[in-house]
Design a protein around this ligand. Sequence first.
Ligand SMILES: NC(=O)c1ccc[n+]([C@@H]2O[C@H](COP(=O)([O-])OP(=O)(O)OC[C@H]3O[C@@H](n4cnc5c(N)ncnc54)[C@H](O)[C@@H]3O)[C@@H](O)[C@H]2O)c1
Length: 285
Amino acid sequence: MSNNLLKGKRGIIFGALNEMSIAWKVAERAVEEGAVITLTNTPVAVRMGQVSELGEKLNAEIIPADATNVEDLEMVFAKSMEILGGKIDFVLHSIGMSPNVRKKRPYDDLDYDLLNKTLDISAISFHKMIQVAKKMDAIAENGSILALSYVAAQRTLFGYNDMADAKALLESIARSFGYIYGREKGVRINTISQSPTMTTAGSGVKGMESLMDFANRMSPLGNASAEECADYCIVMFSDLTRKVTMQNLYHDGGFSSMGMSLRAMTQYNKSFDEYRNENGDICYG
Ligand SMILES: NC(=O)c1ccc[n+]([C@@H]2O[C@H](COP(=O)([O-])OP(=O)(O)OC[C@H]3O[C@@H](n4cnc5c(N)ncnc54)[C@H](O)[C@@H]3O)[C@@H](O)[C@H]2O)c1
């Protein structure tokens, strides 16, 4: 259902790889809400993924670019303004990758060249794209820039590895740049901290299925889907959130505020043998 929330707006969506990608859902919803967009991803992702299919469906041009490369980013903003006919109203950074995770290097045996890559791809690329956009004056007044984060920035979750550090940096960049870009141009910068979601990047996380089940049991509203995340992104791109900036916004069904839920406790208890002690209390051991 469309409410024309993005009518007349121009956007750039980074990171749609395939139908499962969060960026894919955001692109679909943005166009449904009346926006015109360009799509961008690495040349290899454009060749191997299904993004051309999405481009055709949404009548959106695809601009291959490596988000860690400043010249590529300059080209993305220049071409997007040319194609879409003016300054950009919203940008989605939906990019994440850890070569350490891919190569199964645990957190206490990281390869530091790979750590630099993780940080560059997953966090510093956000700084680069905002800096490039600002220098080119490519974002319209009151524009909205968003990146996707995860609660591992605040809390340690088994197996999330150096991506936790990348997410902490990503959220910090949103605050630091949010101040400067907000003060000078009214541009807001936020991160959305999304529930675990089964995507290509998500499936690289150690024990993803168990993590998703645990998060779902712990969250009073259950895990947020990629489609629901897209809905939240649309609101953040719209004029309904003009004074929201420098925030990390949890979109996780309540997970980040929970300590223990009945559903998680029930499942946890199943792993123990139940017995009664001398006082008649139920114990597990
Ligand atoms: N899936 C989850 O559980 C989850 C939860 C919270 C946050 N997130 C975040 O959401 C974002 C999108 O991930 P997703 O889950 O949709 O997975 P995805 O695999 O569909 O998207 C990741 C994208 O990053 C792109 N990318 C990698 N290196 C790049 C580079 N150098 N330049 C440009 N693009 C590059 C990939 O091509 C891919 O399109 C990521 O930031 C991820 O960390 C995901």
